[in-house]
Every structure is written in C-alpha cells, then in structure tokens.
Design a protein around this ligand. Structure first.
Ligand code: RFL
Ligand code: PHB
Length: 405
C-alpha cells in the first residue's frame, strides 16, 4: 500500500502483508516458499542479490536420494530426472591406490544424482514465478522485528523505498553470513564452530568428465576432487592454503596441481579445457542450537554449515525445509504447534549426522599442514581400513547417499 508511514523514525513507503516472510533465495528459502504454496500458504521471499546472480552462482553438485525424491514429489523433478546424472559409486584415490565405493553393493539400492545447485535454484524460481509467487530480488538493509510477538515483521529497502512486511512467521534462509541468526540474542543460542587449516579452490571447466564417477584424491601434495556438471562441463577442487587468493592460481598452476593430485593411478588422464570460473572457499563446520527464536525459524546454511567434502550442505537445507513445511502446514491447518516446537530438535539430529560425516570425510582426505607423523599414519590406516573392510565402506556409502526421511 503506497503512502508514507513513519515508523521507528523511518519513513515506510510500502506495507506488504503475507503469511510467511522468507529471507534468502538460496535452495532453502526458495524450496520452502514452493512447498508452502503447495499447502496453500502464502509467502514472500526477500533476496539481496539479483535473479541472474543467484541463478548463476556455482556451488553444490550432489543430491542425495532423499533430496531427489522430495524434489520430485513436489513437482520439481522433471529437468532434474532428465539432465541429472545418476551415479552408482565414487572413487577414493590415495598413494597409488584406488578404492571404489560401490553404492549398488554397499547400500540398500540408493545412489546420488549430480545436478548443479544453480539448476535446482533455476527450477524453483521458474516454478514460483509461474505460480505467481513473490520473490523480491535486490533488497537491502533487511531487519527482523518482534519475533517474540504474534505479529513479527521485516523491514527492508527495495528500489530505494522502505518496506515493511507483516507476517505470521519469519524464516531465516539467508546463509551463514545473513542477518537472521544474528537477530537471536547470544544468551539463547549455543554455537559449535570448527574451522580447518585450508580452503578449496573450485574450478569450472569446459571439458568432458575424465571419469564416469566422482574422484576424491588424498595425494602427497594435498586433496583434489574431480566432479562434473554435465557431459561437457567438469568441476574440480584443489585443497589450497587458507590465505591464498585467486591471483595465486594461474591456469597453468591449476592444471599442474590437478594432474599431480589426480593422476596417481595407471592409465588415467585428466582432460583439460577452458577454465570458465574459479573461486576459493574456506572450510568450516558450524551449528547453531537452537534453530528457533519465537516466530523466527532458521533453515539451511543460516543455522549450520559443513565443509563440502561430504556433499551435505544443500541436502541438509532441503531436509530442514521438509520439517518446516510440515510444521507450518500443521499450524495453518489445525492450529497445532507440536511440529513447530520439535522443529529444531528434529533438524539437529540430521544436521549433527551430516556434520560428523563431513568432518570425517574432510579428516580422511586432506593434508593437514600441522599433522605429525603419528596423525599421518592414522589417516593412512583409516584409508587402508576402508579399502580392506566392507563394513567400513558400507558405513561411508550409507552416509554419502544419505538417509531416508
Ligand atoms: P545459500 O545458498 O547461501 O542462500 C542464502 C541466500 O540468502 C541471501 N542473503 C540475503 N538475502 C537478503 N538479505 C540478507 N541480509 C541476506 N543475506 C544473505 C544470499 O544472497 C543467498 O541467496 O543458503 P541455503 O539456501 O541454506 O543453501 C545452502 C547451500 O547453498 C550450501 O549448503 C551448499 O552449497 C553447500 N555445498 C554442497 N552441498 C551439497 O549438498 N552438495 C554438494 O556437493 C556441495 N558442494 C557446497 C559445495 C558449497 C560450496 N561452497 C561454495 C560453499 C561445494 C562448495 C564449493
Ligand atoms: C561438486 O560437484 O561441486 C561437489 C561434489 C562433491 C563434493 C563437493 C562438491 O563433495
């Protein structure tokens, strides 16, 4: 509603009304808005970046079976089924050895699908816009108010005008650096944080994959991962020092390291191609307990992050959304707040399992600069145990493909 209404010394030009106000148009915020729509619940998504930016941001690539099933059940499976690549295993290389984790043998018929996160994001944005959903891109100065009351609201700046969004619930899906988690007073949350002494340099390449499956390599000079996005685009990662910047990594140096770290077994060669994008990501484990403060709920990276080695981040975001969609729909349908009350505990059980696995994969596969010889021998012993013991491989495989909801 246009008109200028002074509020908290701020001139509010527009008041917007919805049932659920969602901050952040990553996989968590967008999927929640879509799921709520299917339950007949209205929402508005506020995103600080442009549509082009969020649709082209290169991030995750691996979807667990349960994530694929959920996306398909909510009508987002069409392109995913067509273009997503179903994988039946992946390879771990260490020393000059190779060990295949064979999902068909080691899990109860599950696998993973390789489908870029930005494709998931594009699919959900298209579905929301087709259904008349409201996503406001390029909002600024988002702030959360009165979440302990029954009338919480969000203020933000859009196209130079101050807006106020009145809603029943506010959902913080604004990632690790967003504003939502910071709105919860420090004395009501416990944070668990672990950083790692290295980062990942991610490299997107115009080249056909050199392998049918992902290759995780623990090499003498550090970790590398060969992954893919399609039959013509690969995604590679190189462990690098924490304080490296992109300028430290010329294309020649990237190829040299990838060849050295990945070509550790006979008769296998990495195909080079044009480098389309490169970026450096620090590695971190983080969990915020609780994921709720009154009528503010956190979902996805806003509440927890994992190092990408276990490929769990986007999957945990999807799992939170599933719990929250059910909880909000029970509240709107029959006024029950049981599921809202158990939301945080239900999510956190899955989150901690993902945290443990991501930490395990990170510890198993990286070269830790400060490790002594004893710790290096333990890591070697773990890798040999994995390749010699079916039980160890089963444990890894079932965590990698993920658990049913
Ligand atoms: P996102 O995707 O960070 O989205 C948050 C959105 O909120 C917006 N935002 C704000 N909007 C309004 N106001 C503010 N104040 C705001 N502050 C932030 C941001 O612009 C953004 O659009 O969080 P979400 O939705 O929780 O999704 C989480 C996933 O993005 C993340 O966990 C995964 O990308 C992690 N991850 C992987 N996960 C997997 O499941 N499988 C993988 O294979 C995998 N590989 C990866 C990964 C993450 C990586 N990086 C770059 C961290 C590989 C890498 C390299
Ligand atoms: C990716 O393809 O981006 C990817 C795959 C597996 C990981 C992390 C990232 O563990």
């Amino acid at each position: 509603m246009p008109g200028v209404i002074p509020l908290n010394n701020k001139k509010i030009s527009r008041i917007v009304q919805t049932q659920v106000g969602i901050i952040g148009a990553g996989p968590a915020g967008l999927l929640l808005s879509h799921v709520l729509h299917l339950h007949g619940i209205e929402s508005v998504v506020l995103e600080k970046h442009s549509k082009d930016y969020v649709e082209s941001r290169v991030r995750a690539g691996v979807l667990e079976q349960a994530s694929v099933t959920l996306l398909s059940e909510v009508g987002l499976g069409e392109r995913l089924q067509r273009e997503g690549m179903q994988h039946h295993g992946f390879e771990i290389r260490f020393g000059n050895r190779s060990h295949r984790i064979n999902f068909d043998e080691l899990t109860d018929g599950k696998g993973i699908t390789v489908y870029g996160q930005q494709e998931v994001v594009k699919d959900i944005i298209a579905a929301r816009l087709t259904a008349g959903g409201q996503i406001s891109f390029e909002v600024d100065k988002v702030s959360i108010h009165d979440q302990l009351s029954e009338e919480p609201f969000i203020e933000y700046l859009l196209a130079g005008e101050n807006h106020k969004l009145n809603c029943d619930f506010i959902i913080g899906c604004d990632g690790f650096h967003g504003v939502s988690r910071k709105t919860i007073p420090e004395d009501v949350i416990s944070s668990f944080d672990q950083s790692y002494p290295f980062a990942w340099l991610g490299v997107l390449v115009q080249a056909a994959p050199s392998s049918e499956e992902l290759i995780y390599s623990n090499s003498a000079t550090g970790f590398a991962l060969h992954s893919m996005r399609s039959r013509t685009v690969t995604r590679n990662y190189i462990q690098c020092p924490l304080d490296d910047v992109i300028e430290d990594w010329s294309n020649d140096r990237i190829w040299q390291e990838l060849h050295t770290r990945l070509e550790t077994v006979p008769d296998w060669a990495l195909t080079e191609g044009e480098i389309l994008e490169k970026s450096i990501t620090p590695m971190r484990s983080f969990v915020c307990e609780t994921m709720r403060h009154g009528r503010l709920f956190l979902a996805g990276d806003a509440a927890h992050i994992v190092p990408p080695t276990g490929a769990k981040g986007m999957n945990l975001a999807i799992s939170d959304v599933r719990f929250l969609g059910q909880a909000l729909s029970a509240w709107y349908q029959n006024g029950s707040d049981d599921l809202l009350n158990s939301y945080s505990a239900n999510c956190l059980r899955r989150v901690w399992r993902g945290e443990r696995f991501s930490w395990y994969m990170t510890s198993l596969l990286h070269k830790f600069p400060d490790d002594n010889q004893f710790q290096r021998r333990l890591q070697q012993a773990e890798l040999y145990y994995l390749s010699d013991s079916k039980a160890a491989s089963v444990a890894l495989a079932e965590n990698y493909v993920g658990f049913n909801f």
